[in-house]
Design a protein around this ligand. Structure first.
Ligand SMILES: C[S@@+](CC[C@H](N)C(=O)[O-])C[C@H]1O[C@@H](n2cnc3c(N)ncnc32)[C@H](O)[C@@H]1O
Length: 219
């Protein structure tokens, strides 16, 4: 088994990647800076900078009008996706933290997309279970507690339209997925990756982008 012709991403090469992606706009840049200033200990939870343009690209590629996000934090990923939605599109943002998501509300307002985002505070599993069960979700982005991922998946797949996409972050979990004795979040990601790879309802690819990103399309 070989690695193909994969490239080691040095810091310099990472900057090159960012320089050849669509740049973040002023609201996105401001939100990233504010997050690192206000919450330095947990700011690393924010989706990686290159994921903003990638998520926007996927929203446009799928023509998504109805998005569900599990794990909003200070709102970078939801902002990036909401900006790519058509004006009548909707994004349901799920999180448990009023404090962190307040910064998201400010950013959505500043970007003029607040009317596209509906924030639902509470355990995401409760929020998902309360959603209608017909196929009305075009795209879901999952980036919350890793132990809950299989449960989120099982709620999202039936609600996804055929051709709809689930994007799951951190599926390499800093390499800890290789540890057969992993516990906690790493064990959750390992179990999730096996679950997804064996699910006949979906076509999935695990990409070595950022901390691992799995794209799953409903058949
Ligand atoms: C990795 S951060 C999300 C980062 C976000 N996507 C961004 O771009 O900034 C994970 C978020 O999941 C939330 N979270 C954790 N457990 C949750 C649960 N059971 N239900 C809803 N949200 C949860 C946390 O409050 C945190 O804001």
């Amino acid at each position: 088994m070989t690695k193909g012709n994969s490239t080691k991403i040095t810091d310099e090469l990472y900057q090159y990647v960012l320089a050849h992606n669509p740049p973040l706009d002023a609201v996105q840049r401001g939100l990233v800076a504010t997050t690192y200033e206000k919450f330095p200990d947990v700011a690393g939870m924010q989706s990686a900078e290159e994921q903003g343009p990638l998520l926007a690209f996927l929203v446009r590629l799928t023509g998504a009008r109805h998005i569900v996000e599990v794990g909003t934090f200070t709102g970078f990923s939801s902002l990036s996706m909401a900006q790519a939605l058509p004006p009548d599109g909707r994004l349901i943002a799920c999180d448990v933290s009023e404090e962190w998501t307040a910064y998201g509300r400010e950013a959505w307002e500043a970007a003029g997309v607040a009317d596209r985002v509906e924030l639902r505070i509470g355990p995401a599993l409760d929020t998902l279970r309360a959603m209608p069960t017909d196929e009305h979700v075009d795209l879901a982005y999952v980036d919350a507690d890793k132990e809950g991922q299989i449960a989120y998946w099982e709620e999202l797949v039936p609600r996804l339209r055929p051709g709809g996409l689930i994007v799951t972050d951190n599926t390499l979990y800093h390499g800890a997925v290789l540890d057969e004795a992993a516990t906690g979040s790493a064990a959750g990601v390992r179990a999730f990756n096996d679950h997804v790879a064996a699910d006949p309802r979906m076509d999935s690819v695990l990409l070595a982008i950022s901390d691992g990103l799995t794209l799953s399309r409903k058949r």
